[in-house]
Every structure is written in structure tokens, then in C-alpha cells.
Design a protein. Structure first.
Ligand code: GAP
Length: 543
């Protein structure tokens, strides 16, 4: 693990941002708990997102849908296909497809890998050489030199020689898009977490089915068991997005929304990720902040660029290093089946640039699919438009969708990385010491101010608690803290990302003043205690 990530993971645990889930039992792989500071940071990020997406806009409304939805939702969206069908990955293009729908090839058939252009052909030629040690011949956008030898083997025949230079296992088919024979084993993919709705346990039905069907082969047995399980099966949502498509009509009609308009939602999503990595970057349970923006067909490109720029600006606003946020356009072969264009907002993590948010132009795919599967007419009627086909006033169409889909927990990791700062400073004795400071944006900081009595006696705690009460009555999250020497408390709050420390000392009793210490500069000044709330609010821009 990279050094900066190690430091972040260690600080996150020490200060109460993120803990390993069920740590006392040895921890649960890829599951995390957000501690006393982490829960505040996560909520602050999500609240800022909600403010900018819902409160500050007339054209977006919010929803909070259930995590468990009707199983047909996942049929329509395509998420369920991986459950009952064996899927295969193309090891070159990463395309995932159903084995039973793939093109079959027979003995002696030539295998030509058909790329979308010359650039892709060059890339794949290089990848195949690196992974499999053979240099295929490139003919424009085609890669040649492979042939089926028998039902289970294909070979590389250099310069059309009769003898294969190298042979490989053959599945009997090639990938549908590029025709690659370099494939993974057939596997049942369970991306979604499956559960059961209703208290009746299906194990009883399973046992009697197995007892009655002892002679069935494993394929038939599996089909029978799947059928029993499917009757009561429900799934934890793998994205928050589908609820916005399913509730499109309800939201549009109840709030009289006119296109273009959006529906926003934030909350938990669950994926049985094949690889979980980089701490909370990719985990099985995470939180998303997604918005589906419904637009008139033909205007999607304009809105895609609009949301790309808007979202990039939003991430940069809370950052100390805005240049670490970029956007990247998806290449044609990276696009999801439902998208006609897509941008990723990327952040420069310690391992390099990687995804933080996707801004996809999802066409009308989802509304069409849900219309088809549910029978509901998920369309929009614009009385102001003229229907070119009939020449009459009023146009009905299925809206296109632009979707900014961000990770809230991934955003939390990004802002922890962004805020982490180390410097050497002098301690009280004049010795060099390391200061770790989390330079979190004040709007994101879990604690807005620490309010500290210099000592635990001489009436200072009572004066301090009165100031604390003033802040909390105004809804500002501040903390009273009297544990350890004052220098240690300052350091603790530097690591918590607390922007200000207010200290009540002997002078407070004389002239009613307290000190205010700035987290970033460590500069202290005296301010009147009775103006502390007003001053801190102004400094934090909380008015
Ligand atoms: N509705 C579209 C959708 O869900 P996605 O790119 O799969 O698109 C959107 O997810 C965002 O959710 C990602 O950019 C990422 O920030 C976050 N995300 C996705 N999978 C995640 C995981 N396993 N762990 C943490 N965050 C994840």
C-alpha cells in the first residue's frame, strides 16, 4: 500500500473518521464503519450536494426510495441477467456477455479480431502480445493469425504456417463485439446481494425439491432451485438511479415538473464487487449521490456538457488542490450499453487518476425499458411543441437522461486525501515536531469549533459551557474539550480538521475576552466572548 494511503487509513482510525467493520471479530472484508467524525464529514458532503442539487434549484426535486425494490425493476434494467445466465469476460476488451448468445466457430474457422479502428487494433495487438506472448498480424483494424484447431483448442499460426506456434483453450465461441477467443471461464456473476421477502424460509421447499429430483443433472437442479428462490427473491439496490426512472411519472405529475427537470437521490447502494480495493474507494456497501436529469431528445449533448462542468466545479470548490480534479471522456468501446456519451470526473489518488463521479448520457434506454416491462407509459407531453409528424400542437416523447452519479463515500476518501497536510513546527520546548493537520473545508469539517477551558478549575469550565451552549442553540456543531494539556488539544483538533479553537483563560474573567486559534495558520487573537458566535459564523461563512 502506498505511503499516503497508509497515513490516511491510520489517521482515519486514530481520530474516529473510519473504522474497519466488526473490528473486534477480526473485521469484515471491505466493510467500513464511519466513526464520530466520519459520520459528520459524510453527512456534510451529502448535505452540500443536496443543497446544490435540490434546494438551490427550481428544476430538481428529491426522493428517498426504498433500498429493496420490485425484482422486475432489475429485470428491466438488465442487472438481473447476470444472476441466472452464465457470463463470460473477454480478457482483451473487458466486454461481459452471455455465453449462450455468443457467436460459435467450427473446426478450421479463422478467428479474426475485429476492432473499432486502427488505434484500438494496435492497443489490443500489444495487450495480446504482453499477456499471451504472440504477435498477431494487424491488417488495418483487424488482427489475424488465429484459427480453431478442434472443439477445445485454437492456435496461433504465424504467417499462415500450417503448424501452430502456440495453442490455447477454446470455449467454442468468441466475444460478440470484437470476436476475441481470449475469454474467461463461464461464471455465474452475483453482482447484486440477494435476499428474501417474507418470513417463510424457502429452505424447506429446497429440501423437498432436492429429495424429489435426485436424478437431475446439476444444470437442471440449479434451474429448479433458482425457480424456488426467485419466487421470493429480492435484491439490495446496486445503484440509487433506478428509483428515479421508476418514479418518473409520480414526481413529474405531483410537482408539475416541466422538461428539462431532474430527480435526485442519495443513499446506500450494494454491490458484490469482484475486487474491493484502496480502503473505502471500492467497497461492497457504499453511498451514492445521483441525479437523473430528463431532457428533450436532441438536447442531451448540451446538458451533458453543462452537468460535467457544474459537477467538476462543485468538487473543486471544497478542495485545497483543485488541479487534482479533471474530467475524461469515455472512448466508444468503454461506453455502457445504454449510453451515447459519458464523462468521468477523476481525482488524482495516490495510485493515479481514477473515477470519482460518472456523468452519463443514458439516452431514453431506462424509461423505455421500464415502460416495456411495466406497461406504464413513461413519456412526457409538451403542449408547447409541434408534432412534426402530424403538424398538430403538442408533442409526446420519451425523455433522454443525463445522469451525474457520484460516490459519497468515495468523495469522503477524496476529501480526506485532499485535506491531509504535514509540517514541522516547534513545540513548547522549542523542539521540531511533526504537525498533522486536516485542512478540511469549513463546510465539510465535522466539528466547526472546539471550545476549551485552559484549565479544569477556577470557574473556567462553566464559562466555556455557556459559550458552547450559545453555539449549539444556533445549530452549530462545536465540542467542549477539557482533556489533556492545551497544546495536545490543539493538535488533536488539527487532526480532526476543526477550523477554530476558542480558549477560555484567566483573562476571560477579567475582560470577557477569549482566544481564537486558526487551524491552518495557528495564529491566535483575542476576541470578546460574547461576540464569539457571530465572529465564528462570519469566518465560516455560515450565515
Ligand atoms: N447509476 C450509475 C452508476 O451507478 P457507477 O459509475 O457504477 O454509475 C457511480 O457509480 C459512482 O458511485 C462511481 O463514480 C463511484 O464514485 C461510486 N461507486 C460505484 N461503485 C462503488 C463501490 N463499489 N464502492 C464505492 N463507491 C462506488
Amino acid at each position: 500500500m502506498n505511503n499516503k494511503m497508509e497515513k490516511i487509513i491510520s489517521l482515519a482510525k486514530q481520530r474516529g473518521f473510519v473504522f474497519q467493520s466488526s473490528e473486534i471479530y477480526g473485521g469484515l472484508k471491505s466493510a467500513y464503519d464511519y466513526g464520530p467524525l466520519g459520520v459528520e464529514l459524510k453527512r456534510n458532503i451529502m448535505n452540500e450536494w443536496w443543497k446544490s442539487m435540490v434546494y438551490e434549484r427550481e428544476d430538481i426535486v428529491g426522493i428517498d426510495a426504498s433500498i429493496i425494490m420490485h425484482p422486475k425493476v432489475w429485470n428491466a434494467s438488465g442487472h438481473l441477467s447476470g444472476f441466472s445466465d452464465p457470463l463470460v469476460d473477454c480478457l482483451i476488451s473487458k466486454e461481459r456477455f452471455r455465453a449462450d448468445k455468443a457467436p460459435n466457430l467450427g473446426i478450421n474457422d479463422e478467428i479474426i479480431i475485429k476492432c473499432s479502428d486502427k488505434g484500438q487494433a494496435k492497443r489490443y495487438q500489444k495487450d495480446i502480445n504482453n499477456i499471451f506472448g504472440i504477435l498477431l498480424q494487424r491488417n488495418g483494424k483487424y488482427l489475424e493469425g488465429l484459427r480453431v484447431i478442434n472443439n477445445t483448442t485454437f492456435g496461433f499460426f504465424e504467417n499462415r504456417n500450417d503448424k501452430a506456434l502456440k495453442t490455447f483453450n477454446f470455449n467454442g465461441y468468441v466475444s460478440p463485439t470484437i470476436g476475441s477467443p481470449f475469454l474467461s471461464e463461464e461464471r455465474q456473476f452475483n453482482l447484486m446481494f440477494r435476499s428474501q421477502l417474507g418470513p417463510v424460509d424457502s429452505i424447506g421447499d429446497i429440501i423437498s425439491f432436492v429429495e424429489k429430483n435426485k436424478d437431475l443433472n446439476s444444470k437442471k437442479l440449479r434451474e429448479g432451485l433458482e425457480k424456488i428462490i426467485k419466487d421470493t427473491a429480492v435484491y439490495l439496490r446496486p445503484e440509487t438511479a433506478q428509483a428515479m426512472f421508476v418514479q418518473f411519472l409520480n414526481c413529474q405529475q405531483t410537482m408539475s415538473m416541466k422538461i428539462p427537470f431532474g430527480i435526485a437521490q442519495m443513499g446506500k447502494s450494494f454491490r458484490n464487487e469482484i475486487t474491493t480495493e484502496h480502503f473505502i474507494f471500492r467497497s461492497c456497501e457504499f453511498e451514492q449521490m445521483e441525479m437523473e436529469f430528463f431532457v428533450e431528445p436532441g438536447t442531451q449533448k448540451k446538458w451533458l456538457n453543462y452537468w460535467r462542468d457544474k459537477r467538476l466545479k462543485w468538487w473543486k470548490h471544497y478542495s485545497n488542490n483543485p488541479s487534482k480534479f479533471i474530467y475524461r471522456s469515455h472512448k466508444k468501446d468503454e461506453l455502457a450499453h445504454y449510453a451515447d456519451a459519458c464523462y468521468d470526473i477523476e481525482y488524482e489518488y495516490p495510485w493515479g487518476f481514477d473515477e470519482l463521479e460518472g456523468i452519463a448520457s443514458r439516452t431514453n434506454y431506462d424509461l423505455k425499458k421500464h415502460s416495456e416491462y411495466s406497461g406504464a407509459k413513461l413519456s412526457y407531453f409538451d403542449p408547447q411543441k409541434i408534432d412534426k409528424k402530424t403538424g398538430r400542437n403538442g408533442l409526446r416523447y420519451t425523455p433522454y437522461v443525463i445522469e451525474p452519479a457520484a460516490g459519497a463515500t468515495r468523495g469522503l476518501l477524496v476529501y480526506l486525501l485532499d485535506a491531509y497536510h504535514e509540517e514541522i513546527v516547534k513545540d513548547a520546548k522549542g523542539n521540531d515536531t511533526l504537525r498533522r493537520v486536516m485542512k478540511l473545508h469549513p463546510k465539510l469539517a465535522p466539528i466547526k469549533a472546539a471550545i476549551l477551558p485552559l484549565v479544569k478549575k477556577e470557574g473556567l469550565p462553566d464559562i466555556t459551557r455557556k459559550i458552547v451552549s450559545n453555539f449549539t442553540k444556533s445549530g452549530i456543531n462545536v465540542k467542549y474539550d477539557e482533556q489533556h494539556a492545551i497544546g495536545k488539544r490543539y493538535r488533536r483538533h488539527d487532526e480532526a480538521g476543526t477550523p477554530y479553537c476558542l480558549t477560555v483563560d484567566g483573562k476571560t474573567k477579567e475582560d470577557g475576552s477569549i482566544t481564537i486559534r486558526d487551524r491552518n495558520t495557528m495564529i491566535q487573537e483575542r476576541i470578546p466572548a460574547d461576540k464569539a458566535l457571530e465572529i465564528v459564523k462570519k469566518k465560516l461563512n455560515l450565515f
